[in-house]
Write a protein that binds this ligand. Structure first.
Ligand code: XMP
Length: 322
């Protein structure tokens, strides 16, 4: 497999990069059509804009509502892109994802179930319906590195693992951002006229909130971690940290409520300082901030009796808990 040539953000000719990628997408898709899934993260947003520049209406963009996204996310993203003149269709696939995740506790198996549901079931169906032969997606170099190194199987990496999407799923995958890391993608996204709320958006993993539930993923647990995520995002946006998150643990711990024993839930908060996600250190949050977070978790997330802040660095930690 040919080595992917990294393009570093520093010194990158962003305008030239965009022109080349638009040209590449046009020539690969030819007169055909392509689809892409927009999650609202900076990577898939940049790919959506590149694809639309290259193909116009011949790119159909979908938001896959997998039931494991953050609160209000599908409509919020559709509205942002509407303002940019890009039509995004929401596809409801909630039941499919929860069915695929049912009973799984191993992190690798959970990731694999999400990968298969996205690529085989949902995209397979959308490709058949639309007649598209290509899927555009925002894989970046860090996704490939960690997957190939066997650290974490990112949901969107195939060819580097020896999986041919054409024979496995029935369509070709185009990855215009594969030579970049997050900082490079942000530059490209800004140059593509995306709003700052997108080009500076905090990273969010493809497996979404299921990466933040340790153990089996159920609609109830997703609901719990979704509330905790909203609180963390509201309370920590001022930090400008690289990424912050709430994780729902599987183990329960003894607490008390209304004078009675309550075998309750544990939420772990992580907040990372990092440049490109390869290494990361926990942000030195003030005790005031931690107390505010803990107070809101205990009073606003049903069932929570324990709140912790992670103080390990990556490596050996990873940023997400699964
Ligand atoms: P880790 O947990 O590997 O995360 O230290 C590094 C960065 O990658 C994000 N991440 C993912 N992104 N699909 C993605 O698109 C995934 O499966 C995935 N897993 C982790 C994570 O949020 C962090 O920014």
């Amino acid at each position: 497999m040919a080595q992917i040539q990294e393009i570093k953000a520093q010194g990158m000719d962003t305008k030239k990069f965009i022109e080349e990628k638009v040209e590449e997408i046009s020539s690969l898709v030819g007169q055909g059509t392509a689809i892409n899934a927009l999650s609202g993260g900076v990577d898939s947003s940049a790919v959506t804009m590149l694809g639309h520049r290259a193909l116009g209406d011949r790119l159909k963009t979908y938001f896959i509502d997998n039931g494991i996204m953050r609160q209000g996310e599908p409509q919020k993203i559709v509205d942002i892109f509407k303002k940019l003149g890009v039509k995004v269709e929401i596809t409801n696939a909630q039941d499919e994802f929860f069915r695929a995740l049912k009973g799984l506790i191993d992190p690798g198996e959970k990731r694999e179930a999400i990968t298969q549901t996205f690529y085989k079931d949902v995209f397979g169906r959308l490709v058949t319906q639309s007649g598209a032969k290509h899927l555009l997606q925002g894989t970046i170099l860090t996704d490939v590195d960690e997957t190939v190194a066997g650290i974490k199987r990112q949901h969107n990496v195939f060819e580097q693992l020896g999986i041919d999407p054409q024979s496995t799923f029935g369509y070709k995958i185009i990855e215009p951002l594969i030579q970049l890391r997050k900082d490079g993608v942000r530059k490209v996204a800004e140059a593509l006229s995306l709003p700052e709320s997108i080009f500076n958006r905090m990273p969010f993993p493809g497996p979404a909130l299921s990466a933040r539930v340790i153990g089996e993923v159920t609609p109830e647990k997703i609901n719990t971690v979704r509330i905790a995520t909203r609180i963390v995002e509201e309370e920590l946006s001022f930090t400008k940290a690289f990424q912050y998150m709430a994780i729902l643990h599987n183990d329960r711990v003894t607490g008390m409520r209304e004078g009675k024993r309550d075998f309750g839930l544990q939420i772990e908060i992580r907040c990372w300082d990092s440049v490109d996600a390869r290494k990361a250190t926990p942000t030195e949050l003030s005790y005031e901030t931690l107390k505010k977070l803990s107070g809101r978790m205990l009073s606003q997330v049903p069932g929570v009796v324990s709140v912790t802040y992670n103080i390990a660095s990556k490596p050996p930690s990873t940023m997400e808990a699964i």
